[in-house]
Design a protein. Structure first.
Length: 279
């Protein structure tokens, strides 16, 4: 066999080996959740139980864990938040934890170069640290999972689940002042978001009189929008103006029926029934 042919075979084998693709033992996942006025993004690798004893063995109690496999889990907050009551500026942080039998310590870490090398972990690089309770259930999660749950307008939880253990990390965003300023500014623009402003006031227990004024203007802008009339009916019902709410609810039913939208017909009928019972 010639030297050139042997060299070609070696190169071919090398290229083939480099192109071989197999499933990752702990695949990478990235999730992005719209929250408050921005997003929360999480990047992490997902190990499996694979018949092993996880907490207290594979993941020891009382020691810093990279909270996943491979590199450390990274969390990006699109705006300033508080995590378990501790202020955290917008940005990207590594999530490290210290699992315990009943309590976990949660740490956000500003040095993203550390990765999974917890032997070099330095407390001075922590942005925040808090203790949270863990819970045990009869439902087992085979693959380590991080998710954003219990989402409200300004609060949510980052949930860590693996095997039969789960931990919820509370996150809040102080957006009230910002939203109120945005509404105030928007009301001086040419296209005023009357419906959105009225809905925010209704959903967050603000001035219903102002909300009704805005929703009336929204119905003037779009007199065939039955979803706007539904909000108007809800506001009037909450004000206990049952006769007005009944008129608005009937408007929802009529417009939705014409548009063949049975869902909104049902919404309108529900409010109409509530006006009759006074609830």
């Amino acid at each position: 066999m010639s030297f050139l042919l042997l060299s070609a075979m070696v190169i071919t084998v090398g290229v083939s080996a480099q192109q071989l693709k197999v499933p990752a033992p702990s695949p990478l996942q990235t999730i992005k959740q719209v929250f408050a006025l921005s997003d929360i993004s999480i990047e992490y690798s997902r190990p499996g139980v694979k018949g092993r004893t996880v907490f207290g063995d594979l993941v020891p109690y009382g020691k810093v864990w990279r909270t996943g496999a491979n590199s450390a889990t990274k969390i990006t907050f699109g705006e300033d938040v508080s995590v378990e009551g501790k202020p955290v500026k917008a940005g990207t942080y590594a999530l490290y934890t210290i699992p315990g039998k009943d309590m976990w310590t949660i740490m956000l870490y500003k040095d993203l170069t550390l990765g999974g090398d917890v032997n070099e972990y330095k407390a001075e690089n922590e942005v925040m640290r808090a203790d949270v309770k863990s819970s045990v259930s009869g439902v087992r999660v085979e693959t380590f999972t991080v998710n954003v749950v219990d989402i409200a307008s300004n609060a949510c939880s980052i949930q860590l689940s693996w095997d039969n253990v789960s931990v919820n990390i509370g996150v809040k965003a102080d957006i009230e002042e910002k939203i109120m300023k945005n509404i105030q500014t928007a009301m001086f623009e040419d296209k005023r978001p009357y419906y959105q402003a009225a809905n925010y006031y209704y959903e967050n227990g603000k001035d219903l009189k102002q909300a009704l004024e805005w929703v009336n203007k929204a119905t003037d802008q779009n007199p065939s929008a039955y979803w706007v009339f539904l909000l108007k009916a809800k506001i009037e019902l909450k004000q206990k103006d049952y006769s007005a709410a009944a008129i608005s609810a009937q408007k929802v039913i009529d417009l939705a029926t014409a548009d063949k939208d049975d869902t909104y017909v049902g919404h309108g009928q529900k409010i109409l029934d509530q006006t009759k019972s006074g609830k």
